[in-house]
Design a protein around this ligand. Sequence first.
Ligand SMILES: CC(=O)N[C@H]1[C@@H](OP(=O)(O)OP(=O)(O)OC[C@H]2O[C@@H](n3ccc(=O)[nH]c3=O)[C@H](O)[C@@H]2O)O[C@H](CO)[C@@H](O)[C@@H]1O
Ligand SMILES: C=C(OP(=O)(O)O)C(=O)O
Length: 416
Amino acid sequence: MKKLCIEGGKNLNGNVTISGSKNAALPILFMTILTEEKINISNVPNLKDIDIALQLLIYLGAKITYNKTLSIDTSFINVFSAPYHLITKIRASIWILAPLLARFRQAKIFLPGGCQIGSRPIDLHLNGLIKLGATINLKDNCINAFVKGRMKGKYILMEKISVGATITIMSAATLAEGLTIIDNAAREPEIIDIAKFLNTLGANIIGAGSNKILIKGVLKLTGGNHKVIPDRIETGTFLVAAAASKGFITCNKTEPKHLNSVLIKLTEAGANIKTGKDWIKLDMRNKRPRALNICTSPYPGFPTDMQAQFALLNTIATGIGIITETIFENRFIYTSELINMGAKIKIKNNSIICNGIPTLFSSNVFCPDLRASATLVLAGCIAIGITVVNQTYHLFRGYESFPNKLNQLGANIKII
Ligand SMILES: CC(=O)N[C@H]1[C@@H](OP(=O)(O)OP(=O)(O)OC[C@H]2O[C@@H](n3ccc(=O)[nH]c3=O)[C@H](O)[C@@H]2O)O[C@H](CO)[C@@H](O)[C@@H]1O
Ligand SMILES: C=C(OP(=O)(O)O)C(=O)O
């Protein structure tokens, strides 16, 4: 596995172009199964997770070509089960289940993979499908699902807000008979993008972005074109890169509206922020951040996927900051690596208390998950000395050209 060797002590300054959203592109790719007609998708990020999703589609029989835009033709799909070695590599593979079930009335998949940041059950996905009429058997980590005829629209009250389960139910309900109402739905921008994509194909979805989504099932979807939204978590990560390194950055091709809660916290930390239609500028030159208190929550709250990056900001801030994680129960594994770099962090229940110090020192660190990987790379960029970042598999799952983009901002990262 690749390692990164980082010479630290750098200010990160300049312009960065934000890639398409991983967490919007992945479900959209699997939803191409819902139609027999050709679909063109642009702004798909070049990531390991996307490669795996495409391999899964190809395994099922899809024909895929790429020329700046991904063209996907799923009319040839004739396999309804997916292989263990692919499905278990990514969390997003769960989203193959509902489209197969909706179009072919059957699917067989293993439990999905993804970041090990908690137990991450899939009960809400499966219960949603069962409510819509599917029969599901779960045995030996394998899900066997089938349905007689079309699924039937229902009122579904989500007992917990889940991005993934909201997407599964939207997907199934699109081709179901009658009206489905998802109450207490996730409100993330990725959900809005998915609804926009499905509506382009002829679906009838309203309310995405609110906590109640109404889906009137249609018999068939057509083909169409879609451009994936910018990656708000990649944007937030680069803003933290500049804020933690006393830098000045412009993130281009992004969507400032999707980052409200993150921008509020960066401003509270002392950053000077300006936004335009598709750009965000952050200036933190000659300033140490002020420590922040943060509590993660579903959108529009502060994203759990930005928790680790902001913990890094607190490590070198003035004062004491408390970050509380409410979404995943095991998302602080990376803190031991930051402590090895000198950070003063204590874990108490689902919070980390950080006493800011002026600088971190280099170390040999190991990446436990995706956002932690990016955080440890940024820590290496600002620490004194040479940091070696090991286990970078997760980093390349979710960030396009991360070392290159950082090097263009003045970092010195070598892939070894
Ligand atoms: C590929 C992708 O888009 N991943 C994102 C997605 O993950 P993912 O879709 O897995 O996250 P969810 O929103 O579903 O999870 C939220 C909470 O609900 C729980 N839960 C979820 C499903 C279920 O059936 N039962 C259940 O109990 C989870 O364990 C977690 O505690 O949203 C998370 C929350 O914003 C992000 O951190 C991930 O980056
Ligand atoms: C947790 C994440 O990804 P996944 O759900 O794919 O594991 C993430 O994107 O931060």
